[in-house]
Design a protein around this ligand. Structure first.
Ligand SMILES: [Zn+2]
Length: 329
């Protein structure tokens, strides 16, 4: 953090600061209490209502992406990314992507959207917290009836299985697009230079669950109040979900966009991890237009915790409006 430059403060502020330090010096030493610093954060869950459903966002912890690099987004230089981060008061030495997993309790079923990255630390030491976040929120992984995947990337499905080969959600059916199962477990890609590690890891989490998998189709309401909407491009089967109860709707957006500034205000940028960048842009524009015009709230997986907010039109692009967080339900 930069040191505050006092020369830029007004004379009145400096006078006030001087008066405050006089008061401080005059206080007797015994007035100060000492306590160890806690060095812990509040449990990472956030709860709200969608009509008659209870929604809880649970965190798997952030992914550390490091310094911005040219090539992450199509045709965007490192200097331009640094400028956009700086203009938005965001760190330029380590871009953080959160992992906001949505849980919907319909009253009949507990539905978890995406699982986090599991025990792998390929994107820094702070991930892999989803199970403990669920428990902190009073949700037992055994009570999860459905795990619904937006897509089959590591940070979305690599916690289906525990390291010992048992299931983290032993009573859950798994819902996903068949196109993503086929692509990300394809034996033929086990020698692909860029994809092989993703494929090998994803096979460990998806193939043992083949018999409990249900494939979702575009437009299908596959659970009461939960509708699939194909939004391909980031992956071949990338799917978003519209949750509706008592006339209220919430959209679970998965990876329709990765950064709340850089890929919302300039939504036509292709992202390096998109399977088909042009198709991802088309899906993003279509979904953002729907959210902005219908004023539907959304949870976005990688946006700043807890990823709940609105997308509005701004100029030639869009703008992310985080929802005010509430301290009561
Ligand atoms: Zn992701």
């Amino acid at each position: 953090m930069a040191k505050l430059d006092r020369s830029s403060l007004s004379r009145r502020q400096i006078l006030a600061a001087g008066a405050a330090s006089l008061t401080y010096a005059a206080l007797p030493r015994a007035a100060f209490a000492k306590a160890p610093m806690a060095n812990t954060q509040a449990p990472a869950f956030y709860r709200f209502k969608v009509g008659g459903f209870e929604a809880t966002v649970v965190s798997d912890g952030p992914l550390h992406m490091g310094e911005p690099n040219a090539g992450v987004f199509s045709d965007v230089s490192k200097e331009q990314m640094v400028k956009e981060l700086t203009d938005n008061f965001l760190p330029t030495d380590d871009v953080l992507l959160e992992q906001n997993a949505l849980v919907i309790n319909t009253g009949e079923r507990v539905v978890l959207f995406d699982t986090g990255v599991g025990s792998t630390k390929i994107m820094g030491p702070d991930s892999g917290r989803l199970i403990s976040s669920l428990k902190a929120a009073g949700l037992d992984p055994k009570d999860v009836d459905a795990v619904v995947l937006t897509h089959a990337h590591p940070d979305h499905c690599w916690a289906l299985m525990a390291d010992d080969g048992s299931r983290n959600f032993p009573n859950a059916q798994i819902y996903m697009a068949q196109a993503d199962l086929d692509f990300w477990t394809d034996e033929g890609k086990l020698t692909h230079p860029q994809l092989k590690d993703f494929i090998a890891g994803t096979r460990k989490h998806l193939l043992p669950n083949r018999d409990r998998m249900v494939f979702v189709r575009d437009g299908q309401e596959f659970l009461p109040g939960i509708q699939a909407m194909a939004a391909p491009g980031h992956t071949v089967g990338h799917t978003i979900y519209v949750i509706t109860s008592q006339g209220k709707s919430l959209c679970n957006l998965g990876d329709i966009a990765h950064h709340h500034v850089m890929s919302v205000e300039s939504p036509r940028r292709e992202f390096a991890y998109d399977t088909d960048g042009k198709q991802a842009v088309a899906s993003r524009l279509r979904v953002f237009d729907m959210l902005a015009s219908q004023r539907v709230a959304a949870v976005t997986y990688h946006f700043p915790w807890p990823g709940l907010g609105h997308i509005g039109k701004q100029g030639n692009g869009y703008r992310y409006f985080p929802a005010p967080l509430r301290t009561v339900m």
